[in-house]
Ligand binder design. Structure first.
Ligand code: PLP
Length: 398
Protein backbone atom coordinates (compact mmCIF):
# COMPACT_ATOMS: atom_id res chain seq x y z
CA UNK A 1 0.00 0.00 0.00
CA UNK A 2 1.57 3.29 -1.13
CA UNK A 3 -0.88 5.70 0.43
CA UNK A 4 -1.29 6.35 4.14
CA UNK A 5 -4.46 5.21 5.89
CA UNK A 6 -5.28 8.90 6.37
CA UNK A 7 -5.03 9.61 2.67
CA UNK A 8 -7.16 6.67 1.66
CA UNK A 9 -9.88 7.50 4.15
CA UNK A 10 -10.35 11.21 3.53
CA UNK A 11 -13.21 11.93 1.13
CA UNK A 12 -13.08 14.64 -1.53
CA UNK A 13 -15.16 17.75 -0.87
CA UNK A 14 -18.50 16.87 -2.46
CA UNK A 15 -19.37 20.34 -3.71
CA UNK A 16 -15.94 20.73 -5.34
CA UNK A 17 -16.36 17.27 -6.89
CA UNK A 18 -19.80 18.15 -8.29
CA UNK A 19 -18.44 21.39 -9.73
CA UNK A 20 -15.53 19.58 -11.38
CA UNK A 21 -17.94 17.03 -12.86
CA UNK A 22 -20.29 19.75 -14.14
CA UNK A 23 -17.37 21.60 -15.73
CA UNK A 24 -16.13 18.41 -17.39
CA UNK A 25 -19.60 17.72 -18.78
CA UNK A 26 -19.86 21.31 -20.02
CA UNK A 27 -16.56 20.94 -21.83
CA UNK A 28 -18.09 17.96 -23.63
CA UNK A 29 -21.03 20.15 -24.69
CA UNK A 30 -23.67 19.22 -22.09
CA UNK A 31 -24.85 22.65 -20.79
CA UNK A 32 -25.03 21.62 -17.15
CA UNK A 33 -26.59 24.09 -14.70
CA UNK A 34 -24.52 24.09 -11.53
CA UNK A 35 -26.62 24.47 -8.39
CA UNK A 36 -23.94 22.64 -6.44
CA UNK A 37 -21.45 25.23 -5.25
CA UNK A 38 -21.77 28.03 -2.74
CA UNK A 39 -19.92 30.48 -4.89
CA UNK A 40 -21.68 33.73 -5.71
CA UNK A 41 -21.48 34.56 -9.42
CA UNK A 42 -21.17 38.31 -8.64
CA UNK A 43 -17.78 39.96 -9.24
CA UNK A 44 -15.43 40.99 -6.42
CA UNK A 45 -16.15 44.73 -5.81
CA UNK A 46 -13.91 47.11 -7.79
CA UNK A 47 -12.32 48.82 -4.77
CA UNK A 48 -11.03 45.42 -3.63
CA UNK A 49 -9.53 44.41 -6.97
CA UNK A 50 -8.01 47.93 -7.28
CA UNK A 51 -6.24 47.44 -3.93
CA UNK A 52 -4.85 44.14 -5.20
CA UNK A 53 -3.51 45.80 -8.35
CA UNK A 54 -2.01 48.56 -6.24
CA UNK A 55 -0.33 45.95 -4.01
CA UNK A 56 1.23 44.34 -7.06
CA UNK A 57 2.40 47.64 -8.53
CA UNK A 58 3.66 49.44 -5.45
CA UNK A 59 3.45 47.63 -2.28
CA UNK A 60 4.39 44.03 -2.57
CA UNK A 61 6.79 43.07 0.21
CA UNK A 62 8.56 39.73 0.49
CA UNK A 63 7.22 36.92 2.68
CA UNK A 64 4.99 38.45 5.31
CA UNK A 65 4.61 37.25 8.88
CA UNK A 66 3.00 33.78 8.83
CA UNK A 67 0.02 35.14 10.74
CA UNK A 68 -0.52 37.94 8.21
CA UNK A 69 0.29 41.62 7.78
CA UNK A 70 -0.26 43.74 10.90
CA UNK A 71 -2.69 46.16 9.18
CA UNK A 72 -4.98 43.31 8.17
CA UNK A 73 -5.01 41.73 11.62
CA UNK A 74 -5.75 45.18 13.03
CA UNK A 75 -8.59 45.59 10.50
CA UNK A 76 -10.07 42.24 11.57
CA UNK A 77 -10.09 43.45 15.20
CA UNK A 78 -11.75 46.73 14.21
CA UNK A 79 -14.38 44.84 12.21
CA UNK A 80 -15.08 42.52 15.15
CA UNK A 81 -15.59 45.55 17.35
CA UNK A 82 -17.75 47.43 14.85
CA UNK A 83 -19.92 44.42 13.95
CA UNK A 84 -20.11 42.51 17.23
CA UNK A 85 -18.76 44.83 19.94
CA UNK A 86 -16.02 42.27 20.59
CA UNK A 87 -12.58 43.48 21.66
CA UNK A 88 -9.59 41.57 20.29
CA UNK A 89 -5.94 42.35 19.68
CA UNK A 90 -3.96 41.53 16.52
CA UNK A 91 -2.23 38.71 18.46
CA UNK A 92 -5.59 36.94 18.58
CA UNK A 93 -5.82 36.89 14.77
CA UNK A 94 -4.25 34.56 12.20
CA UNK A 95 -4.77 35.25 8.49
CA UNK A 96 -5.32 32.01 6.60
CA UNK A 97 -5.97 30.61 3.13
CA UNK A 98 -9.73 30.84 3.39
CA UNK A 99 -11.90 29.93 6.36
CA UNK A 100 -11.08 26.35 5.51
CA UNK A 101 -7.45 26.69 6.57
CA UNK A 102 -8.56 28.56 9.70
CA UNK A 103 -10.65 25.49 10.58
CA UNK A 104 -7.80 23.15 9.78
CA UNK A 105 -5.38 25.20 11.95
CA UNK A 106 -7.91 25.32 14.78
CA UNK A 107 -8.74 21.64 14.78
CA UNK A 108 -5.09 20.61 14.47
CA UNK A 109 -4.26 22.95 17.37
CA UNK A 110 -6.90 21.81 19.83
CA UNK A 111 -7.97 18.28 18.90
CA UNK A 112 -5.63 15.48 19.97
CA UNK A 113 -5.64 11.77 19.13
CA UNK A 114 -9.06 10.28 19.97
CA UNK A 115 -10.46 13.56 21.27
CA UNK A 116 -14.14 13.89 20.48
CA UNK A 117 -15.67 16.84 18.64
CA UNK A 118 -19.42 17.37 18.68
CA UNK A 119 -20.87 18.30 15.29
CA UNK A 120 -24.58 18.73 14.63
CA UNK A 121 -25.96 17.26 11.42
CA UNK A 122 -26.73 18.45 8.80
CA UNK A 123 -23.14 19.73 8.81
CA UNK A 124 -20.62 21.13 6.39
CA UNK A 125 -18.66 18.12 5.17
CA UNK A 126 -15.16 19.45 5.88
CA UNK A 127 -15.72 19.54 9.67
CA UNK A 128 -15.92 15.76 9.78
CA UNK A 129 -13.03 15.20 7.39
CA UNK A 130 -10.71 17.64 9.19
CA UNK A 131 -11.46 16.16 12.62
CA UNK A 132 -10.68 12.70 11.21
CA UNK A 133 -7.46 13.96 9.60
CA UNK A 134 -6.40 15.34 12.98
CA UNK A 135 -6.92 11.92 14.58
CA UNK A 136 -10.04 13.07 16.43
CA UNK A 137 -13.48 11.49 16.55
CA UNK A 138 -16.47 13.38 15.10
CA UNK A 139 -19.52 12.82 17.28
CA UNK A 140 -22.56 13.55 15.18
CA UNK A 141 -25.83 14.78 16.65
CA UNK A 142 -28.69 14.45 14.16
CA UNK A 143 -31.00 17.47 14.37
CA UNK A 144 -34.45 17.60 12.77
CA UNK A 145 -36.23 19.94 10.36
CA UNK A 146 -39.20 20.21 12.76
CA UNK A 147 -36.80 21.60 15.38
CA UNK A 148 -35.27 24.07 12.93
CA UNK A 149 -32.12 21.94 12.70
CA UNK A 150 -30.84 23.26 16.03
CA UNK A 151 -28.84 21.35 18.60
CA UNK A 152 -30.07 21.52 22.21
CA UNK A 153 -28.27 21.33 25.56
CA UNK A 154 -30.03 18.01 26.28
CA UNK A 155 -28.63 16.55 23.07
CA UNK A 156 -25.16 17.84 23.95
CA UNK A 157 -25.44 16.31 27.40
CA UNK A 158 -26.36 12.93 25.91
CA UNK A 159 -23.25 12.68 23.71
CA UNK A 160 -20.79 14.27 26.14
CA UNK A 161 -17.99 12.02 27.42
CA UNK A 162 -14.72 12.70 29.23
CA UNK A 163 -13.05 12.69 25.78
CA UNK A 164 -15.18 15.57 24.44
CA UNK A 165 -12.89 18.45 23.53
CA UNK A 166 -14.83 20.81 21.30
CA UNK A 167 -18.13 21.70 19.67
CA UNK A 168 -18.39 23.10 16.15
CA UNK A 169 -21.21 25.51 15.47
CA UNK A 170 -22.13 27.13 12.18
CA UNK A 171 -24.81 29.82 12.23
CA UNK A 172 -26.13 30.68 9.66
CA UNK A 173 -25.67 27.10 8.67
CA UNK A 174 -24.49 25.33 5.56
CA UNK A 175 -26.54 23.41 4.38
CA UNK A 176 -29.72 24.21 6.38
CA UNK A 177 -29.66 28.03 6.49
CA UNK A 178 -30.65 27.88 10.17
CA UNK A 179 -29.68 30.80 12.40
CA UNK A 180 -29.26 30.28 16.14
CA UNK A 181 -31.09 32.62 18.51
CA UNK A 182 -29.45 34.15 21.58
CA UNK A 183 -31.23 31.63 23.81
CA UNK A 184 -29.97 28.68 21.75
CA UNK A 185 -26.42 30.02 21.71
CA UNK A 186 -26.58 30.73 25.44
CA UNK A 187 -27.48 27.08 26.10
CA UNK A 188 -24.45 25.92 24.09
CA UNK A 189 -22.22 28.52 25.78
CA UNK A 190 -23.33 27.44 29.28
CA UNK A 191 -22.65 23.83 28.38
CA UNK A 192 -19.20 24.61 26.94
CA UNK A 193 -18.20 26.68 29.97
CA UNK A 194 -19.47 24.08 32.44
CA UNK A 195 -17.63 21.23 30.67
CA UNK A 196 -14.54 23.27 29.80
CA UNK A 197 -14.87 22.82 26.01
CA UNK A 198 -13.62 24.81 23.04
CA UNK A 199 -16.30 26.20 20.74
CA UNK A 200 -15.34 26.56 17.10
CA UNK A 201 -17.76 29.10 15.65
CA UNK A 202 -17.79 29.13 11.86
CA UNK A 203 -19.29 32.50 10.98
CA UNK A 204 -18.64 32.68 7.22
CA UNK A 205 -22.33 33.35 6.49
CA UNK A 206 -22.73 36.04 9.17
CA UNK A 207 -23.89 38.66 6.64
CA UNK A 208 -26.09 36.32 4.59
CA UNK A 209 -29.35 36.80 6.45
CA UNK A 210 -32.60 37.51 4.59
CA UNK A 211 -35.05 38.57 7.28
CA UNK A 212 -35.23 41.81 9.24
CA UNK A 213 -36.81 39.93 12.13
CA UNK A 214 -33.67 38.02 13.09
CA UNK A 215 -30.08 39.02 13.49
CA UNK A 216 -26.71 37.37 13.63
CA UNK A 217 -25.10 36.88 17.00
CA UNK A 218 -21.69 35.39 17.69
CA UNK A 219 -21.51 32.99 20.62
CA UNK A 220 -18.35 34.85 21.67
CA UNK A 221 -20.53 37.87 22.49
CA UNK A 222 -22.16 36.05 25.39
CA UNK A 223 -19.62 36.96 28.05
CA UNK A 224 -15.91 36.73 28.81
CA UNK A 225 -15.95 33.07 29.84
CA UNK A 226 -17.31 31.84 26.52
CA UNK A 227 -15.31 34.39 24.53
CA UNK A 228 -12.07 32.95 25.99
CA UNK A 229 -12.89 29.46 24.77
CA UNK A 230 -14.36 30.40 21.38
CA UNK A 231 -12.41 30.31 18.15
CA UNK A 232 -14.16 32.46 15.55
CA UNK A 233 -13.56 31.40 11.96
CA UNK A 234 -14.52 33.72 9.15
CA UNK A 235 -13.51 34.91 5.70
CA UNK A 236 -14.37 37.54 3.12
CA UNK A 237 -14.98 34.68 0.65
CA UNK A 238 -18.78 34.82 0.60
CA UNK A 239 -19.40 38.35 1.91
CA UNK A 240 -17.22 40.09 -0.67
CA UNK A 241 -17.40 37.50 -3.46
CA UNK A 242 -13.78 36.55 -2.78
CA UNK A 243 -13.89 32.74 -2.88
CA UNK A 244 -11.01 32.38 -5.36
CA UNK A 245 -8.75 34.84 -3.49
CA UNK A 246 -8.29 32.23 -0.77
CA UNK A 247 -8.21 34.35 2.32
CA UNK A 248 -9.81 33.96 5.73
CA UNK A 249 -8.98 34.33 9.41
CA UNK A 250 -9.31 32.91 12.88
CA UNK A 251 -9.71 34.82 16.12
CA UNK A 252 -8.81 32.95 19.25
CA UNK A 253 -7.07 32.99 22.58
CA UNK A 254 -3.46 34.13 22.01
CA UNK A 255 -1.99 30.74 22.94
CA UNK A 256 -4.20 28.95 20.45
CA UNK A 257 -3.35 31.56 17.82
CA UNK A 258 0.37 30.98 18.43
CA UNK A 259 -0.12 27.24 17.98
CA UNK A 260 -2.04 27.84 14.76
CA UNK A 261 0.75 30.07 13.49
CA UNK A 262 3.33 27.36 14.22
CA UNK A 263 1.25 24.83 12.30
CA UNK A 264 0.66 27.19 9.38
CA UNK A 265 4.39 28.02 9.28
CA UNK A 266 5.02 24.45 8.14
CA UNK A 267 2.23 24.18 5.58
CA UNK A 268 1.56 27.36 3.66
CA UNK A 269 3.50 30.14 5.49
CA UNK A 270 1.78 33.48 4.91
CA UNK A 271 -1.27 33.89 2.71
CA UNK A 272 -0.61 35.31 -0.76
CA UNK A 273 0.18 38.95 -0.08
CA UNK A 274 -1.99 40.29 -2.92
CA UNK A 275 -5.02 38.68 -1.31
CA UNK A 276 -4.02 40.13 2.05
CA UNK A 277 -4.11 43.69 0.65
CA UNK A 278 -7.35 42.94 -1.17
CA UNK A 279 -8.93 41.68 2.09
CA UNK A 280 -7.66 44.78 3.86
CA UNK A 281 -9.55 46.96 1.36
CA UNK A 282 -12.63 44.78 1.83
CA UNK A 283 -12.66 45.07 5.61
CA UNK A 284 -11.84 48.79 5.63
CA UNK A 285 -14.37 49.69 2.94
CA UNK A 286 -18.00 50.50 3.63
CA UNK A 287 -20.71 47.84 3.61
CA UNK A 288 -22.68 49.07 0.57
CA UNK A 289 -21.35 46.23 -1.57
CA UNK A 290 -22.54 43.74 1.07
CA UNK A 291 -26.03 45.26 1.10
CA UNK A 292 -26.25 44.97 -2.68
CA UNK A 293 -25.07 41.38 -2.57
CA UNK A 294 -27.48 40.37 0.18
CA UNK A 295 -30.43 42.03 -1.58
CA UNK A 296 -29.65 40.14 -4.74
CA UNK A 297 -29.23 36.86 -2.85
CA UNK A 298 -32.55 37.42 -1.10
CA UNK A 299 -34.22 37.81 -4.49
CA UNK A 300 -32.69 34.50 -5.60
CA UNK A 301 -33.57 32.73 -2.35
CA UNK A 302 -37.19 33.93 -2.55
CA UNK A 303 -37.53 32.78 -6.14
CA UNK A 304 -35.89 29.39 -5.69
CA UNK A 305 -37.63 28.68 -2.42
CA UNK A 306 -41.09 29.51 -3.87
CA UNK A 307 -40.52 27.45 -7.00
CA UNK A 308 -39.24 24.41 -5.07
CA UNK A 309 -42.12 24.52 -2.61
CA UNK A 310 -44.55 24.58 -5.58
CA UNK A 311 -43.13 21.33 -6.96
CA UNK A 312 -45.05 18.29 -5.71
CA UNK A 313 -43.21 15.64 -3.67
CA UNK A 314 -40.33 17.95 -2.71
CA UNK A 315 -40.22 19.34 0.82
CA UNK A 316 -38.07 22.21 1.99
CA UNK A 317 -37.87 24.98 4.56
CA UNK A 318 -37.23 28.53 3.37
CA UNK A 319 -33.77 29.26 4.78
CA UNK A 320 -33.28 32.35 6.95
CA UNK A 321 -29.62 32.64 5.99
CA UNK A 322 -26.72 31.07 4.11
CA UNK A 323 -26.68 30.21 0.44
CA UNK A 324 -28.57 26.94 0.23
CA UNK A 325 -31.93 25.23 0.20
CA UNK A 326 -32.06 21.75 1.60
CA UNK A 327 -34.70 19.65 -0.14
CA UNK A 328 -36.15 16.45 1.30
CA UNK A 329 -36.67 13.93 -1.51
CA UNK A 330 -37.90 10.92 0.48
CA UNK A 331 -41.36 11.09 -1.13
CA UNK A 332 -39.67 10.03 -4.39
CA UNK A 333 -38.42 6.76 -2.91
CA UNK A 334 -39.34 3.51 -4.61
CA UNK A 335 -39.82 5.00 -8.07
CA UNK A 336 -37.59 3.70 -10.84
CA UNK A 337 -36.03 6.27 -13.18
CA UNK A 338 -33.61 5.19 -15.93
CA UNK A 339 -32.86 1.92 -14.19
CA UNK A 340 -32.27 3.51 -10.75
CA UNK A 341 -34.76 2.75 -7.98
CA UNK A 342 -34.66 5.93 -5.93
CA UNK A 343 -33.77 5.35 -2.29
CA UNK A 344 -31.64 8.36 -1.35
CA UNK A 345 -30.75 11.96 -2.14
CA UNK A 346 -27.67 10.56 -3.82
CA UNK A 347 -29.82 8.70 -6.38
CA UNK A 348 -31.81 11.87 -7.08
CA UNK A 349 -28.60 13.91 -7.51
CA UNK A 350 -27.27 11.30 -9.92
CA UNK A 351 -30.46 11.28 -12.02
CA UNK A 352 -30.62 15.09 -12.09
CA UNK A 353 -27.05 15.31 -13.34
CA UNK A 354 -27.12 12.48 -15.87
CA UNK A 355 -30.63 12.94 -17.26
CA UNK A 356 -31.50 16.59 -16.65
CA UNK A 357 -28.10 18.35 -16.65
CA UNK A 358 -28.52 19.89 -13.21
CA UNK A 359 -25.71 19.57 -10.68
CA UNK A 360 -26.78 19.47 -7.01
CA UNK A 361 -25.05 18.03 -3.95
CA UNK A 362 -26.49 14.90 -2.38
CA UNK A 363 -27.28 15.10 1.34
CA UNK A 364 -25.26 12.08 2.45
CA UNK A 365 -22.12 14.22 2.62
CA UNK A 366 -23.88 16.57 5.05
CA UNK A 367 -25.13 13.70 7.19
CA UNK A 368 -28.69 13.82 5.80
CA UNK A 369 -29.14 11.25 3.10
CA UNK A 370 -32.81 11.94 2.36
CA UNK A 371 -31.90 15.37 1.00
CA UNK A 372 -30.29 17.22 -1.86
CA UNK A 373 -28.77 20.68 -1.47
CA UNK A 374 -29.42 23.46 -3.97
CA UNK A 375 -27.33 26.64 -4.02
CA UNK A 376 -28.95 29.97 -4.81
CA UNK A 377 -25.53 31.58 -5.23
CA UNK A 378 -25.85 30.72 -8.94
CA UNK A 379 -27.05 33.45 -11.31
CA UNK A 380 -30.81 34.09 -11.53
CA UNK A 381 -30.81 32.75 -15.12
CA UNK A 382 -29.17 29.52 -13.98
CA UNK A 383 -31.59 29.19 -11.08
CA UNK A 384 -34.60 29.58 -13.39
CA UNK A 385 -33.35 26.99 -15.88
CA UNK A 386 -32.12 24.64 -13.13
CA UNK A 387 -35.43 24.69 -11.26
CA UNK A 388 -37.36 24.23 -14.54
CA UNK A 389 -35.33 21.09 -15.15
CA UNK A 390 -35.97 19.78 -11.61
CA UNK A 391 -39.70 20.42 -12.16
CA UNK A 392 -39.55 18.54 -15.47
CA UNK A 393 -37.88 15.59 -13.71
CA UNK A 394 -40.79 15.41 -11.27
CA UNK A 395 -43.49 15.90 -13.93
CA UNK A 396 -42.05 13.23 -16.18
CA UNK A 397 -41.59 10.56 -13.55
CA UNK A 398 -44.15 11.00 -10.74
N1 PLP B 1 -17.35 27.14 6.31
C1 PLP B 1 -18.48 26.87 5.67
C2 PLP B 1 -19.70 26.55 6.46
C3 PLP B 1 -18.54 26.89 4.27
O1 PLP B 1 -19.69 26.60 3.64
C4 PLP B 1 -17.36 27.18 3.54
C5 PLP B 1 -17.36 27.16 2.07
O2 PLP B 1 -18.29 26.81 1.40
C6 PLP B 1 -16.20 27.45 4.27
C7 PLP B 1 -16.22 27.43 5.65
C8 PLP B 1 -14.90 27.73 3.56
O3 PLP B 1 -14.78 29.06 3.21
P1 PLP B 1 -13.48 29.58 2.44
O4 PLP B 1 -13.80 29.57 0.99
O5 PLP B 1 -13.25 30.96 2.99
O6 PLP B 1 -12.37 28.66 2.77
Amino acid sequence: MILSERATQVRTSASLKVTAKAEKMNMSGYNVINLGTGEVDIKTPAHITAAAVDAIEHNLPKYTAVEGIAELREAVCKKMYADRGLVYEPENVVITNGAKQALMNTIFSVVGQSDEVIISAPYWQSYVEIVLLAGGVPVIVYTRGEHGYKITAEELEKVYTDKTKAIIINSPNNPTGALCTEKELQAIADFAVEKDLIVISDEVYDKMIYSQKVKFLSIASLGEEIKKRTVIVNSPSKTYSMTPWRIGYSIADKNISKAMTRIQSHCTSNVNVVSQYAALAALKGNDECIDRLVNELKRRRDYMSQRISDIPYLRSIRPVGGLYILVNVSRLYGQEVSGITIKSGKDVAQILLSNYNVAVVSGDVFGCEDYIRLSFAASMESIIVGVNRIEKFIKQNF
